[in-house]
Design a protein around this ligand. Structure first.
Ligand SMILES: Nc1ncnc2c1ncn2[C@@H]1O[C@H](COP(=O)(O)OP(=O)(O)OP(=O)(O)O)[C@@H](O)[C@H]1O
Ligand SMILES: [Mg+2]
Length: 302
């Protein structure tokens, strides 16, 4: 099975340690979201994975072997600094990237035309790239990364600047690639989007990975902070529960904070004694909440 394995990357720019031991992997058919603050090291990691930048130490392997020019030719990359030629026509541009990746001219022209259509790029057949709006250029950029049917996609903020329909189009195209076994690593600051699309999330902070897992795994690792309970009973049923605070109340639905999360079973018993329990469970934190938690835990550890 195809797998990209990045191991223990270190990279300094002068005195600035941009990466301080970054490891992550992307399996075939897996969509991995790469998130972290500005300057955390996402683009640096991706550039090293693409061989555009040399690491000071650490390794990048594809199916267990060091990367070669030939294996990288099978990757698709969308750089942070978009790299289109402003004066080239749209389809010609995408076809050009296919040829750079070793495709025969006719095949790459056909693939380019198909992708431009699939990406719903709004452009006339003779339009130059520079005449397109930012979001349409972005779609062309993704088409350029996909044209040679890559085995792995490394996309640096592919969703930035897209309108909501553009986001859905891009998400659909990526999901199709994933379904045929392509691994996808993409960076983004849009955490709701990452939450919606990704199989796994990797969080980087100051050049170090501080969390890596499926959303369910990250949730399990996170604190149980808010217990949601709906009981058809007088709201006073919580009075007298020790170590329990009501933090929100709306009708019969309340949210409780517990000094000891393991007291949740005692709370459930009290709820059942009070009336019909319609809902009981720990609130599922969003990725945005998990992200904030990972950031504050990491800073406590420093
Ligand atoms: N060419 C460079 N020269 C000097 N420092 C650099 C260079 N490129 C990146 N850095 C520094 O390395 C660190 C990591 O930068 P990087 O671009 O990888 O972050 P990022 O996670 O992609 O951030 P963003 O979300 O803003 O894109 C930052 O402190 C940045 O200032
Ligand atoms: Mg970046």
């Amino acid at each position: 099975m195809d797998v990209l394995a990045i191991h223990d990357l270190h990279k300094a720019y002068g005195a600035k340690q941009a990466l301080a031991g970054v490891s992550l992997r992307v399996d075939a058919g897996e969509m991995v979201g790469f998130v972290g603050a500005n300057g955390a090291g996402k683009s640096t990691t991706m550039r090293i994975a693409m061989g555009l930048l040399a690491a000071d130490s650490g390794s990048v392997r594809w199916n267990g072997a060091p990367l070669t020019f030939a294996t990288r030719q099978r990757f698709g990359y969308m750089p942070e600094e978009r790299g289109l030629y402003p004066k080239m026509r749209v389809v010609e541009q995408v076809a050009y990237f296919g040829k750079l990746r070793g495709m025969p001219a006719a095949e790459s022209a056909a693939a380019a035309a198909k992708l431009i259509e699939q990406m719903d790029v709004v452009a006339g057949p003779r339009d130059h790239v520079q005449a397109l709006s930012l979001g349409n250029q972005q779609r062309v950029q993704l088409a350029a990364a996909l044209v040679h049917d890559p085995q792995l996609l490394i996309l640096d903020e592919p969703f930035s600047g897209l309108d909501p329909v553009g986001v859905d189009t891009m998400a659909d195209v990526l999901a199709q690639r994933r379904a045929t076994g392509t691994g996808v690593l993409f960076s983004s600051h849009q955490l709701e989007l990452v939450e919606r699309l990704c199989d796994r999330v990797v969080i980087i902070r100051s050049g170090r990975i501080v969390a890596d897992g499926t959303l369910a795994e990250l949730r399990q690792a996170g604190a149980r902070e808010a217990l949601e309970v709906t009981v058809l009973a007088d709201p006073s049923w919580t009075d007298g529960l020790r170590g329990v605070r009501v933090i929100e109340r709306e009708g019969n639905s309340i949210v409780l904070a517990l000094d000891d999360p393991n007291d949740d079973q005692a709370v459930l018993a009290a709820a059942i004694a009070a009336g019909r329990v319609e809902c009981f469970g720990w609130r599922q934190p969003s990725l945005a909440e998990l992200y904030r938690e990972a950031m504050s835990e990491a800073s406590e550890g420093e």
